[in-house]
Structure formats: structure tokens, C-alpha cells
Write a protein that binds this ligand. Structure first.
Ligand SMILES: [Ca+2]
Ligand SMILES: [Ca+2]
Length: 562
């Protein structure tokens, strides 16, 4: 009882409330995947329909200047669940495995379990794994390390966007489905299970984490969620400006335009994609509504802290970009809302905050001892007073140690690894259309923001070969197909498990093998290559054994024993 009195004391100082409360507040920790600021209460798109996000925001504090620790799932979610920013942990990108880099880091559910809580989750919280040892329970079965319940996969999936090349993520597509929410499964099953936990008796306080997957791709949701967004009415995001790239430094000009947006426009799918993203957000909103309804009609309505966040934003054409990975505000700014029993409702905070601060904030709210070695910036003072002094800036790391974006209350600064810079006045230019970095009048502001750079960022640790995804081996005594290389380079590690030396050959686009040398038995060769390349393996007599087709990322290619 003492703990909740402490917490509520912060907000209402009413002993009668404390007397009625149970010992410790519960925590409902909700994540949404790839949701940018296109929700009603953040005003990111005039057509969006998100009554449940808006209702949660209205019942607590909405942070309008919250930023992810990194604009991609793995480093962002790792920072949230460990409380350690990428420049300290070394988890910078999606190609790393959290447990390779941070074998001993304690994540939030484990911390809560160790402090008398029952911790459970469902859906995607970490990057496509559960980390079973950190949870008391998980749906579906935690031992399988797959956070997803089955999702409806129509036998003849509609195709709206033809595949543009090997660079294209396999799930980049969209369409209205002839299916009910229940048949769609996935988020429906996650929110059903979470709702069940919110309604049943518990003998301990709970830390319950709900990972809603939409609006992550693919954007297939039941057709009723498309209805409020007739195709002919669809508008681009208000941040879209066709000639927005002119004032960017070379690194920004390279970061912005990508082949997704070009391909989507060529296929006449831009409006369709915006429609499908809005529909997927509307669907995620309905799933959130199921969780909020279960909480509000159940026994834990008045003693549960609710935290909702998205792991990063998303471009739909802004800066000629599609997807994520950039340092611009459409990609780093995220929905964040926190409701505390007895706390403020309808509060809006525009201080720059980072999702890395959530671990410390939630333990602070629950009166638990502060975890060691994590971000120290608790948001509790801002929950008490949204205008409280806040000397911190929010740092978003962009995949490598020396590339980052910094957000303050009124300004944003982007620093690329070659030293290129951008500076934006977000009060007067919220869509970052005018880069002020080169203007002498803003030199002092630029210097001020430069000084906020992360100090001594840790280097990117090498991914152990054992953790790399494995390419499919295509055994064949015949020749291999030609390469169709398309996209940026990365390494693939070829591992020879054959008893004899083998020869590694790159297939030219016209189908001729070109030798890149021999690999000894039990030997390895790290080779730079590109998506769509084909590598043939030959024996010592130059007879083909088979080949590998390169996918879209660093991987390993195991040449099997005969
Ligand atoms: Ca994500
Ligand atoms: Ca511009």
C-alpha cells in the first residue's frame, strides 16, 4: 500500500485514495509497430481515424515531442526494454541480435518479476524474439521464441505492388481483405489474450506488455478498415514537398530518395499505399480499443499505469523516402502517451523526450529501486507538470555510431558520419522543409546542438557468424543462373563444410562464372556482394556443386558436406 500511496501522493496527495488502493500499481505497456505521427491527437495526417489512441491520450499525458532511440525496430526496442541507448549498448541496427551484444542486460519484465511482479507479454515487443527467460508468461508459448500468434495468410494473397527487385522487402504490399478481425488472427489474438489477463484475478501486481504489430507491413487488413478512406479522397502526408531535397547536404540527398518510393509511384500505387497505411492504423486503433475496453471494464482500471509507444516513425514520400532509417522528424517522432492512476488527464507535454527513458520512468512510477546502468531521465516530473524544467535533448541514433539526430524543444539537428549537417526550426518549420545549417545567422544554434552529441559512442560490434541468417543452398550439377545485382553492398560469409576445397565463383549478368578463389575444407571466406547476386560453388575440377542467391542482408552461406 505504501508504494501506491507514494505514487499517488505525487499527483493527488489524497490519503483516502491510498487507503482504497492495492499495494503496487500494475503496468500495461503497449507497443505499436512502425506507427508515425498519423494519429488524430498528434495531427500528422488530416484523414486518419484513431478514436482509441485519442481517447487514451486524453485520459493521461500526451508527449508531442517524443523520439525513438533509433529509427528501426531492433535498436529502438532494445533501448526501450533495456533502458540503454544504442551509443552505449552497441545495438545499432536490425542485423544484430540483442543477446549477442548484451548477453546479461536485464530487460523490463525481468526487473519487474524480480521486484514482486508477474510479468507477461504477447505480440512483438523485442525484435522478432521473446527472450523467454525474461518473462513469467507469454502468448503464444514463450519457449518457441516466436512472439506472433498465427495470422491469416490467404492462399491467394492479393498483389497490389509488383516486386520491383531483390531489394524489396517481401511484405511491402497492401490490400483490403475479405476477412473478419477474428479470422485475421495476429493482433486480434494478441489483444484477446491481453484482455483476458486484464479481467482475471491476479495475486501479484502485473507488468503486462502488449505488442500490436500493425501498421507494420504488410498492410493487409479487413476491408471494413479501408472504408473510411475512399481512394479518390486520399491526400499525401502534409510533410510531403516535391522539391524538398534542394537544400540538403550530399548525405541527406542520398538518405532521402529511395527506390521504394520511385517504384511505388511508377506503379501508380502511392495513393493506394497511403490508403492502406491509414487503414492499418485504423485497424491498430481498433485493436487498442479492445485492450482499453478490457482494462476499463475490469478490476484494474483504477490501479494500472498505461504506457503506449511506437518504435519509430515512417515515411510515405516525405523527402522522396519510403520506410524508415532516416533522421527526419517523420521518422524519429513517435506517439507516446502515459496515463497514471490519479494523475493528470488531457495533459500535453512538448518537451523533447526519448523512449530510452521509459524503463526508468515506469520503475520510478512504481516506486521500485532505480535499475543500475540505464538512462536516468525519468519523465515523472513531466507527468506531474508538463511544463516542468527539462534540460535534456532526445538523441536518435542512425545505424552507426557517428550518425544521429538531436531533438530539442524547438530545434532539430542531424549529423551524418561524413560531417554533413542539417538544422531545422520545428516551431516555424515542423516538416523540416528549410535546412538552416549553412546560414551564418544560425551558427550559434548549430554550435549549441553540436555540443549535445553523444560522447564516446561505442563501436558497432561484429555480428557472430553463428547468428547470421542462412542462405538457401541450391545443389546443381548444371550451370547457375546469372546474377541480377541491385542494391547496396554487404558481406556474406561462405563456410565450406565439404571435405574438399571448393571454388567460389560469381555469376556475371550474362551467365559466365568468374572465380573469386578457393575455400579450404572447414574454411570460411567473407565476401562483399549485392542483393540478387548469384554465387556458384565448384569442386577442384571446376565442376558445379550448386549455388546461392544473395538476399537483402548480411548472411552466411553453408556449402554442405557431400
Ligand atoms: Ca518497427
Ligand atoms: Ca528542403
Amino acid at each position: 500500500m505504501k508504494t501506491l500511496c507514494f505514487i499517488l501522493g505525487i499527483f493527488v496527495a489524497a490519503s483516502s485514495v491510498c487507503a482504497a488502493a492495492s499495494e503496487k500499481p500494475n503496468v500495461l505497456f503497449i507497443s505499436v509497430d512502425d506507427l508515425n505521427d498519423w494519429i488524430g491527437c498528434l495531427g500528422g495526417h488530416p484523414q486518419t481515424k484513431t478514436p482509441n489512441f485519442d481517447r487514451l491520450a486524453k485520459s493521461g499525458t500526451l508527449f508531442t515531442n517524443a523520439h525513438c532511440a533509433a529509427p528501426q525496430c531492433n535498436p529502438s526496442r532494445t533501448a526501450i526494454l533495456t533502458g540503454i541507448p544504442p551509443y552505449r549498448s552497441g545495438v545499432y541496427h536490425n542485423g544484430q541480435k540483442m543477446r549477442d551484444v548484451l548477453p546479461d542486460a536485464e530487460i523490463m519484465p525481468k526487473f519487474f518479476s524480480r521486484h514482486g511482479y508477474w510479468s507477461a507479454g504477447s505480440g512483438k515487443l523485442l525484435h522478432y524474439f521473446i527472450d523467454a527467460a525474461s518473462w513469467d508468461d507469454y502468448f503464444p508459448a514463450k519457449e518457441k521464441e516466436n512472439p506472433f500468434p498465427p495470422t491469416f495468410d490467404p492462399p491467394n494473397r492479393p498483389i497490389s505492388l509488383p516486386v520491383g527487385g531483390p531489394w524489396q522487402y517481401v511484405e511491402t504490399d497492401w490490400a483490403a481483405l475479405e476477412a473478419s478481425d477474428e479470422v485475421c488472427g495476429g493482433d486480434w489474438s494478441v489483444t484477446k489474450w491481453i484482455g483476458g489477463q486484464l479481467q482475471r484475478p491476479h495475486d501479484k501486481p502485473f507488468f503486462l506488455a502488449c505488442g500490436i504489430y500493425r501498421p507494420h507491413e504488410p498492410w493487409f487488413v479487413p476491408k471494413e478498415y479501408f472504408k473510411p478512406f475512399p481512394l479518390e479522397s486520399i491526400q499525401p502526408g502534409p510533410g510531403y514537398k516535391e522539391d524538398d531535397l534542394d537544400d540538403l547536404p550530399p548525405s541527406g540527398q542520398k538518405m532521402g530518395p529511395n527506390r521504394y518510393f520511385e517504384h511505388i509511384q511508377k506503379q501508380g500505387q502511392w495513393k493506394h499505399a497511403i490508403q492502406a497505411y491509414l487503414a492499418s492504423i485504423h485497424y491498430a486503433d481498433a485493436m487498442l480499443g479492445r485492450v482499453l475496453d478490457a482494462l476499463e471494464s475490469g478490476p484494474y482500471r483504477d490501479n494500472t499505469i498505461v504506457v503506449l509507444w511506437s518504435d519509430h516513425g515512417w515515411h510515405l514520400g516525405e523527402k522522396q523516402h519510403w520506410q524508415k532509417y532516416t533522421g527526419w522528424r517523420i521518422c524519429t517522432r513517435v506517439p507516446l502517451m502515459i496515463r497514471v492512476p490519479g494523475g493528470k488527464s488531457g495533459a500535453i507535454c512538448d518537451q523533447p523526450v526519448s523512449l530510452t527513458d521509459l524503463f526508468h520512468t515506469v520503475t520510478d512510477l512504481c516506486g521500485l529501486p532505480a535499475p543500475q546502468g540505464i538512462s536516468r531521465n525519468s519523465l515523472v516530473p513531466l507527468l506531474r507538470n508538463p511544463d516542468a524544467a527539462w534540460p535534456h535533448a532526445a538523441v536518435t541514433q542512425l545505424g552507426v555510431p557517428d550518425e544521429y539526430a538531436i531533438s530539442t524543444k524547438a530545434w532539430r539537428y542531424i549529423h551524418y558520419r561524413n560531417g554533413d549537417e542539417e538544422l531545422y526550426d520545428i516551431v516555424n518549420d515542423p516538416h523540416e522543409w528549410t535546412n538552416l545549417a549553412a546560414m551564418p545567422a544560425h551558427a550559434a544554434k548549430l554550435a549549441e546542438l553540436r555540443a549535445l552529441a553523444p560522447e564516446n559512442p561505442v563501436p558497432v560490434p561484429q555480428v557472430p557468424v553463428a547468428s547470421l541468417p542462412e542462405l538457401k543452398w541450391h545443389p546443381s550439377r548444371d550451370s547457375a543462373p546469372p546474377s541480377k545485382p541491385d542494391g547496396g553492398t554487404f558481406d556474406v560469409v561462405f563456410i565450406n563444410q565439404h571435405t574438399q576445397p571448393v571454388e567460389l565463383c560469381w555469376m556475371s549478368p550474362t551467365g559466365e562464372p568468374k572465380s573469386y578463389g578457393m575455400i579450404k575444407p572447414k574454411g570460411q571466406k567473407r565476401q562483399s556482394t549485392r542483393p540478387g547476386a548469384v554465387w556458384q560453388i565448384r569442386d577442384g575440377k571446376q565442376q558445379p556443386l550448386g549455388h546461392f542467391k544473395i538476399g537483402d542482408r548480411t548472411s552466411k552461406a553453408i556449402i554442405p558436406a557431400p
